[in-house]
Design a protein around this ligand. Structure first.
Ligand SMILES: Cc1cc2nc3c(=O)[nH]c(=O)nc-3n(C[C@H](O)[C@H](O)[C@H](O)COP(=O)(O)O)c2cc1C
Length: 229
């Protein structure tokens, strides 16, 4: 399955087979992680670890993400690791973004982790299985990009985003939403990066070339502009 196709079948997987993956499997995942695109000007730091380095995770492995304390750096984590979320599920593994799990050793620049491992949890069978806001609640247009992008995962399924389409351009705007905002606030800029990866994959699926991805503003007015031809 391609990453694009996996947009329509992935899910948050919370039950894992504790058996660790083979070294060769982990090496391949490391290779995908090394090759996953970063946002322009951003790098972040990512580390694959085993369960003994994790608190509150039920998976045999996870990718820990570290970054600077900026909105763009957080969005970069979402954008980079959503490639891995989709890749892992395209290969039949389970994966889960986890804000509530932590590495055993605290580090100031730690932001979030993506848990993964083997699972019996089946993938979704279609876009109809997702619980998401209606397209026109999160987008100024009802089109294929918005319909697929809206399936992106977010902390507490909050979907803190709005898509604005203009000729040759989609702006992903941060929208802090209602109750629960405070709990998930630290993860919502990561969420913006996650949906950004979906937007890019769908544009590419439609044979568009993404010519620029530009983070703008910060805090409540944070947005990322995606230009394409
Ligand atoms: C940044 C982020 C943090 C998350 N943290 C947790 C978590 O700590 N525990 C958990 O069970 N799920 C967590 N999730 C999973 C979301 O609850 C889940 O993605 C969302 O409800 C949508 O469901 P789906 O992924 O099956 O489509 C997190 C998701 C994201 C994107």
């Amino acid at each position: 399955m391609t990453l694009y196709e996996t947009i329509f079948t992935r899910r948050a997987v919370r039950q894992y087979d504790k058996t660790p993956l083979e070294d060769a499997e982990l090496a391949e995942i490391q290779q995908v992680l090394d090759g996953a695109k970063r946002l322009p000007g951003q790098s972040g730091r990512f580390e694959i670890v085993n369960a003994d380095k994790l608190k509150n995770a039920s998976s045999p492995h996870a990718i820990l993400a570290f970054s600077d304390d900026t909105d763009a750096a957080r969005a970069n984590i979402g954008y980079t690791l959503q490639t891995l979320d989709l890749y892992l599920q395209s290969k039949g593994y389970g994966s889960l973004w986890m804000g509530m799990a932590k590495p055993v050793t605290p580090q100031d620049d730690y932001r979030i982790l993506l848990a993964f491992g083997k699972t019996d949890t089946p993938p979704r069978s279609s876009a109809g299985d997702f619980k998401r806001r209606a397209v026109l609640q999160i987008s100024n247009e009802d089109n294929d990009v918005a319909r697929a992008a809206r399936l992106a995962p977010s902390a507490v399924n909050f979907q803190p985003w709005k898509l604005e389409f203009a000729p040759g351009k989609v702006t992903v705007r941060y929208v802090g939403r209602g109750l629960g905002k405070l709990v998930t606030l630290q993860f919502q800029k990561i969420d913006i990066g996650i949906i950004l990866k979906h937007v890019e994959l769908v544009l590419e699926h439609e044979d568009k070339t993404v010519t620029g991805i530009t983070p703008k503003g910060s805090g409540k007015s944070f947005a990322v502009e995606v230009a394409y031809a």
